[in-house]
Design a binder for this molecule. Structure first.
Ligand code: GAL
Length: 831
């Protein structure tokens, strides 16, 4: 055992040396990256890394500079992203590095902003991304086994990894070349699934192969593996993902403590309400991490963005990937989360030397209260006092001074005397974003086109035939959500049957002789379901056409790629009233991937299509709609409100904005009825809290990036909808996302700062009260507090008509009526 450890230590030492050497490429601005047990060592200096995830395909190149700049202004020094294999290589050796897949442009923007970058190649990436980023065509390769030790998978993975690394090298993107990349990741959370894989020996060989293959790439910066809890290859750094990572310890004696995913919120599914992780809790987790020797921390997500096109995985993940991140889906600053974390970053950055060079001393003040002191050789020190009690505020004495530390919070004392920051005390304003109606409201003139379904109601038109009901992902290579399964049978007299189809999901439409017999979709989770509908068969030939549709492919779990979609074996049966069963499962089935409208690219609105402005139908399944509209003026983000529609896909000027499903109403979960930032935040085991949107439309608004629009006045913009299930476009309208009410709390001595955005100004100050206890920003419960007239007047005078203002809460605000006590709550309106 000891010998093993010694060998391991030696190999680690060697690794650090190798990494340092490789990282050094002669040149004026090259940066050397290595690491030790405390931190990444960049150009000989231990550093703290404050990083944020921004996934380039989830926004547009036009948005990138602003997102990156906002991250920098928010106090981050690093941007992290996954690499999206199936977006870059949609078909074997046909590559896409254009538009929002222009990864090189993204990294150049990071470099231009003077920030570091973390490149998480994966190329399995999970990420609520379709198939976890793996191309579905891998399934066509003989003997392919995903994420195990086998030549086909390893060959494809290495080919793609090498391609990305070489692109980065060619553009001098690695730190040793003078570029921004300081860390690289291979695989993703393999440790979470490894023990559930079918072949343990193969799994071990694979994960070690991954590490060796990665190291052979000579990128000159360290390789990491996240959540590789057991079986960590010696030549990578193991890192942590989770809501909290302060207790994590990487295996290996000289590894820094790296947190690759601090989940700032959570992803949304069509049937789920919106997840919110309180700013106080995110800040608590970060402060705990740095208090406990953490040195590299990345927010997953800092900007979540949008799952454009068919990119969402899951299945059943929405088109929005907002994530409750510090920057919202559209790139707006989300307050107070953004500002509260920014203030923490400022304090932590001021303590950088202490955190990574200081000698650490811990004092337990009670079982859940701890003071930590980092002292430098020059005698200066920086401290934290943490209180991990769920609901017990504490008064403690530390080094002769008394401190009050609220429950579930950390106080940060950069000089070990004064509390510069407490994670539970939010000094940043809250901004409530509103969707403002624009000129195009309700005024859209629709024309329509039926999806050409007729050939689908035969058993002849198709790509191939089989006597089996096949799995959808393999059959269609995920080129479309849709796969037709068609067959026929000849009967004597007219007869009633019940049609039963057993399918693995996600949706099924059944047609008999061209008539829609019914529709059903799966429940999120167990995607298996049985479709059932009464049907009438006529004398002679009858056609049964089944259209199966997927809603994003699975992205997580052991052997997730083998989770089937589509009718797979069925059975498909007709059962008569007398119990006679006709099993169609082994009939001859004709297959056709995709719809005609997709093939014809109707969304591009090419000339020659017969759009009709007459008798625009509602509730008609398989219908294309089109309208032109004027882009809303200004710079605020644009969304399209799809209220009234059912399920389908929305395009603007040919850009696929993603799947829509506003008929899906989010369930009511207990988490909508309680929110306390104190206590552990989790999003599973029915322990969710701070949810909103229970019983509301799962996703009503869809992001239309400004760069997709013709902004010039009078310039036409076209919206095309493919309504699959039957809806009403009458209420569809375009809106902009603006700051509405803004609110702030202040204690005496604090300054109240309020700000609007996008040129809007404060139009009124609505509340300036002490002791407000009910409601929330934009809807404080009247009468719960005591209004301070002097405060209201002073803040009104200072703020109305301004884009932003700062007012100090002084004795003058203590009106006689209220006896001037406690926290002052201010609410104003931007318009
Ligand atoms: C992690 C995974 C990420 C993402 C996250 C949840 O387990 O590594 O890719 O899926 O969960 O948003």
């Amino acid at each position: 055992m000891r010998a093993n450890n010694t060998a391991r230590a030696l190999s680690l030492a060697l690794l650090v040396l190798v990494v340092s050497v490789l990282g050094f490429v002669p040149g004026a601005s090259c940066t050397e990256v290595s690491y030790d047990e405390r931190a990444l060592v960049i150009d000989g200096q231990r550093r703290i890394i404050l990083s944020g995830s921004i996934h380039y395909p989830r926004s547009t190149p036009e948005m990138w500079p602003d997102l990156i700049q906002k991250a920098k202004d928010g106090g981050l020094n690093t941007i992290e992203t996954y690499v999206f294999w199936n977006g870059h290589e949609p078909r074997p050796r046909q590559y896409n590095f254009e538009g929002n897949y222009d990864i090189m442009r993204f990294f150049k923007e990071v470099q231009k902003a003077g920030m570091y970058a973390i490149l998480r190649i994966g190329p399995y990436i999970c990420g609520e991304w379709n198939y976890g980023g793996l191309p579905a065509w891998l399934r066509d390769i003989p003997d392919m086994q995903f994420r195990l030790h086998n030549e086909p998978f390893e060959r494809e993975m290495e080919t793609f990894t090498t391609l990305i690394v070489n692109k980065m090298k060619d553009a001098n993107m690695f730190a040793g070349q003078g570029g921004p990349i300081i860390l690289t990741q291979i695989e993703n959370e393999y440790g979470n699934v490894q023990s559930n894989l079918p072949d343990q020996e193969s799994a071990t060989k694979y994960i070690h192969w991954c590490a060796d293959m990665a190291n052979k790439q000579n990128v000159g910066v360290p390789w990491i593996m996240c959540q590789q809890s057991n079986d960590v290859p010696p030549n990578v750094i193991e890192t942590c993902n989770g809501f909290y990572c302060h207790d994590f310890k990487p295996k290996g004696s000289n590894m820094p403590k790296i947190w690759t995913e601090n989940w700032t919120g959570w992803f949304k599914a069509w049937d789920k309400p919106d997840y919110h992780r309180p700013a106080e809790d995110v800040a608590y987790a970060v402060a705990m991490f740095f208090q406990n020797r953490g040195s590299v921390q990345n927010y997953y997500m800092y900007h979540g963005g949008t799952n454009f096109g068919r990119t969402s995985g899951g299945p059943y993940i929405t088109t929005t990937y907002d994530y409750d991140a510090p920057l919202d889906e559209y790139g707006n600053i989300r307050q107070p989360k953004y500002g509260h974390l920014k203030a923490l970053h400022t304090v932590l950055t001021s303590m950088e030397k202490h955190l990574v060079y200081g000698q650490q001393n811990e004092t337990n003040l009670d079982d859940k209260v701890k003071a930590t002191k980092y002292t430098l050789d020059d005698g200066s020190s920086a401290c934290f006092i943490s209180n991990s009690h769920d609901n017990k505020d504490v008064n403690v004495t530390f080094e002769g001074s008394a401190y009050q530390v609220p429950a579930w919070s950390v106080s940060v004392l950069p000089d070990c005397k004064t509390v510069a920051y407490n994670t539970a005390k939010v000094k940043t304003q809250t901004s409530v974003m509103v969707k403002k109606e624009s000129a195009a409201k309700g005024g859209l003139k629709w024309s329509w086109l039926p999806e050409f379904l007729r050939p689908s109601f035969t058993d002849s038109y198709g790509s191939f035939k089989s006597n089996e009901l096949l799995e959808q992902i393999v059959t269609g290579a995920d080129e479309s959500d849709y796969l037709w399964y068609k067959t026929s049978l000849t009967r004597g007299p007219k007869e009633q049957f019940t049609l039963y189809v057993n399918t693995t999901g996600h949706e099924l439409y059944a047609f008999v002789n061209g008539e829609l017999a019914g529709y059903k979709h799966a429940v999120n989770g167990p995607y298996l379901f049985q479709f059932e509908a009464p049907v009438t068969l006529k004398p002679g030939k009858n056609y049964i056409s089944l259209l199966s549709a997927t809603v994003g492919l699975k992205n997580y779990g052991a052997s997730f790629e083998l989770m089937p979609a589509g009718i797979v074996g069925g059975p498909v049966k007709l059962v008569s009233a007398h119990g006679n069963t006709i099993d169609l499962s082994n009939n001859t089935w004709t297959y056709k991937t995709g719809l005609f409208g997709e093939q014809k690219q109707i969304h591009l609105d090419k000339p020659g299509l017969r759009w009709s402005p007459f008798a625009v139908p509602t509730n008609r399944p398989f219908t294309w709609y089109k309208a032109t509209f004027q882009a809303p003026a200004g710079t605020e983000a644009v969304v399209v409100d799809l209220v009234g529609l059912n399920k389908g896909v929305v395009y603007v000027n040919g850009h696929n904005l993603g799947r829509y499903w506003p008929s899906y109403v989010a369930g009511d979960m207990d988490g909508c009825h309680r929110c306390d930032y104190r206590g552990e935040y989790v999003t599973w085991n029915n322990q969710e809290k701070c949810l909103t949107g229970c019983g509301e439309v799962g996703q009503r608004f869809y992001h239309v990036p400004r760069s997709f629009l013709n902004a010039a006045h009078g310039a036409p913009n076209t919206v095309v909808l493919f309504e699959e299930a039957g809806g009403d476009p009458a209420k569809v309208n375009f809106r902009t996302v603006a700051v509405g009410p803004v609110c702030a709390d202040a204690e005496k001595g604090d300054a109240v700062t309020l700000a609007c955005a996008h040129g809007r100004t404060i139009s009124s100050v609505d509340t300036a009260s002490f002791g407000v206890s009910g409601g929330q920003c934009g809807a404080y419960e009247g009468g719960s507090g005591c209004e301070s007239k002097p405060a209201l007047e002073a803040i009104t005078a200072a703020c109305v008509g301004k884009k932003w203002c700062t007012v100090s809460y002084t004795d003058a605000f203590d009106s006689a009526d209220c006896k001037g006590s406690g926290v002052l709550t201010v609410q104003a309106t931007c318009s």
